[in-house]
Design a protein around this ligand. Structure first.
Ligand code: DGL
Length: 269
């Protein structure tokens, strides 16, 4: 395997950029290709069959770019499609759910963990089962927050409307005495300041992006796939629609300016 080959990172839209940012920070020597399925976002309200079909198409597209590994930077796709796709491809692929659950299990003291995500992620029960495997004494309180994704995609990161929606979704969680809250959707770290304000300083917000980048690094090391060429890392961006809004959003989120993104006809993969 060519260690200079890029790593593919994908999400249903903009949210996976929070994971991309963390990978850039922890693995500055790696070439990365990001795909955001902006034409078909959101995934969080769709069935397993649809999310699996979309994820397979994206993986096929990334394979044409000869990626050496893939990061599913979307909780919904990690919850509904990762297990199947793992069996279908030869290269390593990791998602965000397992690393996020691990981090929360290590952080909690009260053993009461909150988890918020899309409808599909919450219904899949995947976080609860990982957390229980890690520690059967953990109590999990979960809540789907379907409006968070459109609020983030609209750029309403600091806005009265977002504060109102946060209160509406999270007020029950406050009564359960959780000490950790997993941001179980890659869009949510973008509104973490507003969530933190509402939940207060005693609730630790778990952003699976950090732990995912750490797991990716460990996996690349183990498989001897780290790019040691010393060349500056290159980043490429692809979307299925809306290039201009992607470029402006990505330039805000990432530590570098995004000059261009290309449209991919993802249905053809
Ligand atoms: N960013 C995706 C996730 O982590 C979901 C957004 C969507 O519904 O597509 O689940």
């Amino acid at each position: 395997m060519n260690t200079q080959a890029p790593i593919g990172v994908f999400d249903s839209g903009f949210g996976g950029l929070t994971v991309m940012k963390e990978i850039m920070r922890q693995l500055p020597g790696e070439n990365l290709i990001y795909f955001g399925d902006t034409a078909r976002v959101p995934y969080g309200t769709k069935s397993k069959g649809t999310v699996l079909k979309y994820s397979r198409q994206i993986v096929h597209f990334l394979m044409t770019k000869e990626v050496k590994a893939i990061v599913v930077a979307c909780n919904t796709a990690s919850a509904l499609a990762l297990e199947e796709i793992k069996q279908e491809i030869e290269i390593p692929i990791i998602g965000v759910v397992e690393p996020g659950a691990k981090m929360a299990a290590e952080t909690t003291e009260t053993k009461t963990i909150g988890i918020i995500g899309t409808d599909s992620t919450i219904k899949s029960g995947i976080y609860t089962s990982y957390l229980r495997q890690l520690d059967p004494e953990i109590t999990v309180v979960s809540r789907a927050c379907p409006l968070f994704v459109p609020l983030v995609e609209e750029g309403l990161l600091e806005d009265r409307i977002t504060d109102d929606v946060i209160e509406r979704y999270l007020h029950e969680l406050k009564d359960y005495g959780i000490d950790s809250l997993i941001l179980g959707c890659t869009h949510y770290p973008l509104i973490r300041n507003a969530i933190r304000r509402y939940m207060g300083p005693d609730v630790h917000l778990v952003n699976p992006a950090y732990e995912t980048a750490k797991s990716l690094k460990a996996m690349l090391k183990e498989q001897d796939l780290i790019n040691r060429s010393g060349n500056p890392a290159g980043y490429q961006y692809y979307v299925s629609d809306g290039v201009d809004s992607f470029i402006s959003f990505a330039s805000d989120v990432l530590p570098c300016h995004v000059e261009k993104a290309e449209i991919v006809d993802i249905e053809s993969y």
